[in-house]
Design a protein around this ligand. Structure first.
Ligand SMILES: Nc1ncnc2c1ncn2[C@@H]1O[C@H](COP(=O)(O)OP(=O)(O)OP(=O)(O)O)[C@@H](O)[C@H]1O
Ligand SMILES: [Mg+2]
Length: 259
């Protein structure tokens, strides 16, 4: 089913909700992410960010509402939606028994790419992610950051139109982070839409054009980054974020047995 809006959004949700044991983790959210947008999805721990990404990418069932990728409903037209997306999920879900080139070859084949194309892209991706020296190592023996970089490489191999990145910079070193930020900027310049969650607000400020903030499963703000604070007293993203999630003026916490 195609949504009928005049301009097709890269990502659109209507009343999207997910309950776990009767409790709403994502509470009827309406998101509009325009094509080519670098979208930051912010919220405190447990706010519902990963749950939203999992519903948008077919990793988790939707309880209520709808979601579409470039006009393709993720529930009624899942294959069309999945062909257009790349995803680095929270828990990566790699195969421990493969090497990085083997894993990329596997993912490439899943997407129906020819072996020659896979080999060429895989070489470029491994170079970009600095994973060439780990060519013969099994994923089981990778460091956390190496796994993350391989997951990102795998998410890119088929040339997705919409890229979902759940905490892509968590555990990534400064050199790789700079390379990856450069690459992501290049992708959005080419029209790819990026939907990113990150707790690193400096990175969000540098990269994202638009943001949404979710708190306790509810959207509390959405729009261009520059307009997020409205006419409020600050344009510092950290202050704006803390105010939006109602944590702005809390007294510092302490522990009773520490003085
Ligand atoms: N499989 C699950 N079963 C039960 N509850 C879950 C499950 N997955 C998530 N939840 C709950 O849903 C809520 C939202 O979790 P989610 O992982 O989406 O948060 P998040 O915004 O990604 O947080 P973080 O910043 O810590 O990654 C939390 O209360 C969490 O406990
Ligand atoms: Mg999460």
């Amino acid at each position: 089913m195609m949504f009928s809006s005049a301009t097709v959004q890269a990502i659109e949700t209507r009343g999207l909700a997910r309950a776990f044991d009767g409790v709403l983790a994502v509470d009827h959210i309406d998101l509009q992410v325009p094509q080519g947008c670098f979208f930051g999805f912010l919220g405190p721990n447990g706010a519902g960010k990963s749950t939203t990404i999992k519903m948008l990418t077919g990793l988790l069932r939707i309880t209520e509402g709808q979601a579409s990728i470039l006009g393709h409903d993720v529930e009624t037209d899942p294959l069309a939606a999945k062909r257009l997306i790349g995803v680095v999920p929270e828990d990566l879900a790699l195969f421990d028994g493969l090497t990085a080139p083997e894993y990329l070859a596997f993912v490439g084949r899943m997407h129906g790419l020819e072996r020659k194309v896979i080999a060429a892209r895989s070489t470029e991706l491994l170079e970009l992610m600095d994973l060439v020296p780990a060519g013969k190592k099994l994923v089981a023996d990778f460091s956390h950051g190496m796994k993350k970089k391989l997951a990102l490489a795998a998410a890119l191999i088929h040339g997705p139109q919409v890229l979902f990145l759940d905490e892509p910079f968590e555990g990534i070193d400064a050199v790789a982070s700079r390379h990856i930020r450069g690459l992501l900027g290049h992708l959005t310049a080419k029209g790819v839409t990026i939907f990113l969650t990150s707790h690193i607000l400096e990175i969000v400020e540098k990269l994202c054009t638009d943001v949404a903030v979710i708190n306790h499963g509810r959207l509390v703000a959405q729009g261009p980054l520059a307009e997020l604070g409205g006419d409020g007293p600050t344009d510092n993203l950290e202050d704006i974020f803390l105010n939006l999630v109602d944590a702005g003026d809390k007294a510092p916490r302490t522990l009773s047995w520490l003085q």
